[in-house]
Design a binder for this molecule. Structure first.
Ligand code: ADP
Ligand code: TYD
Length: 203
């Protein structure tokens, strides 16, 4: 089963993902950007304010392709629960926002289309919902994607993704205290895993 955590920078994904590691010691915990040299290239681009948005898309997508073949698919093949801090929806939401002023028409559909041929969609996605002002303040607004106006575009893309697939997403109010957010995420993960195994048993 593949579970992903998504949300704006500073929404608390990493805090929740770290807390889950104690509860699910046998699960495979992973993240995008990854720690490989592909991920290093992505982080280098994040530190540069003047990159080409299409180049960024393909850098992030290369990192994802490597992540899929090296970590996600093998772990799923072993029957593991995989919990990823960011995954495909980050590209759909962030790169679609940064491609908005380019020659690419319908960027969100374009970015989804690129992934369609090869990716493995998550079984469920927890969306940590926080407003762009809170997100930017928590994240420290240190890189090019952490500005309030940009995060507002990203947020509206996430909302479009949730509208398109409401059954895949679980929204958690991430404006609350870290303890409350962690509790809500833990309860949700427990429910999702139980439901997934229930589905298996029905097969
Ligand atoms: N619910 C919360 N309320 C206030 N601050 C938080 C909350 N969750 C996380 N933080 C703080 O906000 C910053 C970003 O949190 P993090 O978990 O790294 O978010 P993300 O991975 O979504 O960017 C960290 O300094 C963290 O301690
Ligand atoms: C995985 C991914 C991340 N990003 C962005 C979101 C973040 O601004 C940045 C780094 O991700 P991350 O390290 O998860 O940042 P944070 O913990 O602040 O949420 O990369 C994309 O634009 N596209 C992607 O596909």
């Amino acid at each position: 089963m593949l579970l992903t955590l998504e949300g704006l920078d500073g929404s608390g994904k990493t805090t929740a993902w770290e807390a889950l590691q104690a509860t699910y010691p046998d699960a495979t915990f992973t993240h995008e950007p990854t720690d490989t040299w592909y991920g290093e290239a992505v982080r280098r681009s994040l530190g540069d304010d003047d990159t080409d948005p299409l180049s960024d898309l393909f850098l992030f997508t290369a990192d994802h392709a490597d992540h899929l073949s090296r970590v996600v698919r093998p772990a799923l093949a072993d029957g593991d629960v995989v919990i990823s801090d960011r995954y495909t929806d980050s590209r759909y939401a962030y790169q679609a926002a940064s491609l908005a002023d380019t020659e690419i028409r319908r960027p969100l559909e374009y970015v989804r289309g690129i992934h369609g041929a090869f990716t493995r969609e998550p079984d469920a996605t927890i969306y940590l919902d926080v407003d762009p002002e809170t997100a930017a303040a928590r994240a420290g607004a240190t890189d090019k994607f952490e500005r309030v106006s940009f995060l507002a575009e990203v947020q509206s893309n996430y909302e479009r993704l949730i509208d398109a697939e409401p059954e895949r997403f679980v929204r958690v109010d991430a404006s609350r205290s870290p303890e409350e957010v962690i509790d809500a995420v833990e309860d949700t993960v427990e429910r999702l895993i139980d439901a997934f195994h229930g589905d298996d048993a029905d097969d």
